[in-house]
Design a binder for this molecule. Structure first.
Ligand code: HEC
Length: 196
């Protein structure tokens, strides 16, 4: 009997200690993190794009964490003007930090590539703007239709002739492709003054 009480107490202590160290303390430590200047809550469209980013598994090839000088060569590679900070992620309910870097880090992509035409063409067919790219194409985020059927509110994507659909067909971005672009434009590391 005494032995089972000891086992119970030992197991209880082990579980409480790990819960405190792995869940409670990090939670308390991060509860007070303020958003870094320039980090805002997602709009409806950005949130939709964030969900498309997760669904398509962009995370499996792209990280979203720029290491500061002294911890790697990310800044020298042009992946950001500063290292990432906890406050950059406060509005992410499932952060996309990632560990794989088959493609470049995307935490500051909006600064180095703001063009909507470029991003949409790249998502439709990466090799049309980045020859030899191994990134998968996402053609199902687009519609191919006759030019005469395109409504004025729709966004057509300029594609180089090699990858463009034949005849008088054009590539039109779906709501999801446009939302994904809007989400990518939230990935921007604003420079901070030394004090912040
Ligand atoms: C199988 C790996 C892989 C997956 C999955 C992937 N990418 Fe890429 N991505 C790459 C590679 C490799 C490059 C570099 C070549 C290029 O520009 O296409 C790249 C480049 C990029 C760039 C340009 C980066 C720069 O610095 O110019 C963007 C933006 C991008 N990817 C967005 C995405 C998005 C959004 C998704 C998900 C919908 C995604 N990628 C999924 C491999 C991947």
């Amino acid at each position: 009997m005494t032995r089972s009480i000891l086992i119970f107490l030992g197991a209880f202590a082990a579980i409480s200690m790990s819960f405190t160290a792995l869940a409670l303390l990090p939670r308390l430590q991060l509860a007070t993190v303020e958003p870094t200047p320039g980090t805002d809550a997602y709009t409806y469209e950005e949130q939709l794009g964030y969900e498309v980013y997760q669904r398509e598994g962009c995370l499996y090839c792209h990280s979203q964490q720029v290491r500061p000088d002294g911890f790697g060569s990310d800044i020298a590679r042009g992946w950001g003007r500063r290292g990432s900070r906890p406050g950059d992620y406060v509005f992410d309910d499932r952060h996309q930090l990632g560990t794989m870097r088959t493609g470049p880090d995307l935490h500051d992509i909006a600064s180095r590539q703001p063009s909507q035409d470029w991003h949409l063409a790249h998502l439709y067919q990466p090799r049309s703007v980045s020859p030899g790219s191994v990134m998968p194409a996402y053609p199902y985020l687009f519609e191919v239709k006759k030019e005469s059927q395109v409504r004025p509110s729709e966004v057509t994507v300029p594609i180089t002739p090699k990858y463009a659909p034949p005849g008088d067909s054009v590539v039109v971005a779906t709501e999801e492709a446009l939302a994904l672009y809007e989400y990518l434009m939230t990935l921007k590391l604003e420079e901070l003054d030394q004090s912040s």
